[in-house]
Design a protein around this ligand. Structure first.
Ligand SMILES: *Cc1c(COP(=O)(O)O)cnc(C)c1O
Length: 260
């Protein structure tokens, strides 16, 4: 076997195509920083979750080598397999939470069924998609058993699209209030998926609604002082989300390319 077989194609090395993850990641960081500046916000207040669903471990490693530490997955089985293969730092355990130089954090961003809670809980640092009280209670049970706390965001269906998960906007406060009483859950904010449309104003309305909900729930004292985060914005709309206050953006395609 000669050396040439191990060399990456020129186009990829030069960032002219191929996987080009380093270049795409750098571009995404630049776009995040520019959107933050335009909004008069500190870019450091925005955390990038690299959505790696459907992306193989080798390409996730490439992103890791570029310094990306937080990855989002929407399926339990895939998340657990990758966490086992690539390692994981999870939040809140006794003696845990110390980030090593190569610490990876997995965020569950998709709908979580109650019967999968036990499998996923040991591997995640955050759940973006809390959408019911029974799910919150199931999480609390398993977390207590592990002696662990978990950061969670309540998912809100801000667009009313029937295909989307999440509580209705007028149900968000009640779920936050109930979940915040569970000892093992730290309810740190809200999450939404923007409407599937090219209508910029409709997308903006959804993000603005989430921001207003967060402020109202916080002002009403229904959650603790950590209740401050907005997870919103994907490849197609993250700049708009940052303009409306996103503190987590969940970006897949713009980093890893189109999914198969
Ligand atoms: C897939 C997915 C994303 C990322 O979508 P892209 O358009 O690829 O950036 C973000 N959030 C959730 C909940 C997802 O399922």
């Amino acid at each position: 076997m000669g050396n040439t077989a191990q060399q990456r194609p020129d186009a990829e090395r030069l960032g002219l195509g191929g996987t080009g993850i380093a270049q795409r990641l750098a571009l995404v960081h630049r776009r995040i920083a520019e959107a933050a500046c335009r909004a008069g916000r500190d870019p450091a207040s925005i955390t990038l979750v690299a959505v790696s669903k459907g992306v193989e471990a080798a390409r996730i490693r490439e992103a890791l080598q570029c310094g990306q530490r937080i990855f989002g997955e929407n399926r339990v089985r895939e998340l657990v397999l990758k966490a086992v293969e690539l390692g994981a730092r999870t939040a809140g355990g006794p003696g845990g939470g110390e980030p090593g130089p190569a610490a990876v954090e997995w965020h569950m961003i998709g709908h979580l069924q109650r019967n999968k809670v036990r499998q996923v809980v040991p591997h995640i640092a955050m759940l973006h998609s809390l959408d019911s009280l029974p799910l919150a209670e199931e999480l609390d049970r398993h977390l207590q058993r592990l002696g662990k706390r978990l950061d969670v965001l309540v998912e809100v269906n801000t667009s009313g699209e029937p295909t989307k998960f999440g509580v209705a906007p007028d149900g968000a406060a009640e779920l936050v209030r109930c979940a915040a009483r569970l000892a093992s859950l730290r309810v740190v904010g809200l999450m939404t998926i923007g409407p599937n449309t090219t209508d910029v104003e409709a997308i903006r309305r959804a993000f603005r609604l989430l921001r207003e909900l967060l402020a109202r729930i916080r002002d009403d004292g229904l959650a603790g002082p950590d209740f401050a985060h907005l997870s919103m914005g994907m490849s197609g709309d993250f700049e708009l989300a940052i303009q409306e206050g996103a503190t987590f953006v969940r970006i897949g395609t713009a980093i890893f390319g189109a999914r198969a």
